[in-house]
Write a protein that binds this ligand. Sequence first.
Ligand SMILES: NC(=O)c1ccc[n+]([C@@H]2O[C@H](COP(=O)([O-])OP(=O)(O)OC[C@H]3O[C@@H](n4cnc5c(N)ncnc54)[C@H](O)[C@@H]3O)[C@@H](O)[C@H]2O)c1
Length: 385
Amino acid sequence: MTKLNWGMIGGGEGSQIGPAHRLSAGLDGLFSFVAGALDHNPEAGRCYAQKLGVASDRAYGDWREMLQGENAREDRVDLVTVATPNSTHFEITKAFLESGYHVLCEKPMTMTVEEGEDIVRIARKSGKICAVNYGYTGYSLVRHMKAMIARGDLGKVRLVVTEFAHGHHADAADADNPRVRWRYDPKQAGVSAQFADCGIHALHMASFVTGQEVTKLSADCASLIESRVLEDDAMVNFRMNGGTVGRLWTSSIAIGRQHGLTIQVFGEKGGLKWMQEHPNQLYYMPLNGRLQTIERGEENLSPEADRATRVTIGHAEGMPLAFANIYTDLAEVIGAQKEGRSVDPAANLYPKSEDGLRSMAAVAAVAKSGKEEGAWVDARPPMFR
Ligand SMILES: NC(=O)c1ccc[n+]([C@@H]2O[C@H](COP(=O)([O-])OP(=O)(O)OC[C@H]3O[C@@H](n4cnc5c(N)ncnc54)[C@H](O)[C@@H]3O)[C@@H](O)[C@H]2O)c1
């Protein structure tokens, strides 16, 4: 496969998610990191990109300069990752898609449902990929969970229970910490804080593993640190289009919880449980059977799981390798487009702009339902109703 050119916007020195993207994109030798506008401070961005090996003429001061610079080149980047703060995702993603680039955008894809619909339309019109980084769906055993459910191991899925609850904003003193405060301020964060930041990972995971879409939801949102305007805790009940009932808890004040993403699926013939902090084990309980631990890398897993695993059983694979599976999928799809060959259908598991839009509709629905004391609200984007 041709090695692809990759560029990044955001993810500057000291950023949280930038290093994970660089590790993931570089892991399988499918992408070369050749361009970047990495920082809100142009000089810091240029310096850091060069420190990471980007040539000086492609170490850009800002994303507009990068777009102009890359447009002028024959060897322009094939894929751009947008890892800037949320409020900038829409304009950057839109601009790059419209100029004919494939984009992997961090979540949340946009700030509003309308912007999300725009991105879906633009991506469809341009024929370019707009992926959204629900990177936890790249884990081998999450893909195995999806495969087991699709082949009927659980029978009809009755219930999905998912959580993304951590305790990292639990200190009341953080109410005045500028690095935390903005997240709970509607002027900067939009209509939702914790659900838009973490809850959407859990909700997307529920759709990914069950193959069903969320149709409606009812939310109880709370600001447990009282000075916060937006929620730091939410309990969301939802329904899916295949008849599955869903429960989701998300929190940022759950002291003692670290990352806290877990998913359990209960069907008529069995149950499954997976936890992001222990991603190399999947727990399977067949009805009237015995609890089984499925290990990542063991024999006779699904092709989807095998394709998403690199090291042998008993050696932990973690988050950057899960993200790398999203990059591997994208490399296959982009490579096939460039080379005019058919795409390996197994690469079609990466999250798409339609998923990003569904999340934005869920965010809007949670905010509305939360304000209306848990009223059930349509959670589908208007363009998919
Ligand atoms: N998918 C995941 O699991 C996951 C995890 C963490 C964060 N995220 C998302 O990634 C994004 C970034 O989060 P983070 O925690 O790394 O933030 P951060 O504040 O740690 O880093 C943001 C980086 O973007 C740079 N930046 C800001 N504005 C810019 C601009 N206009 N042009 C270029 N660079 C700019 C900053 O200088 C900084 O280097 C957010 O949207 C967040 O929701 C996703």
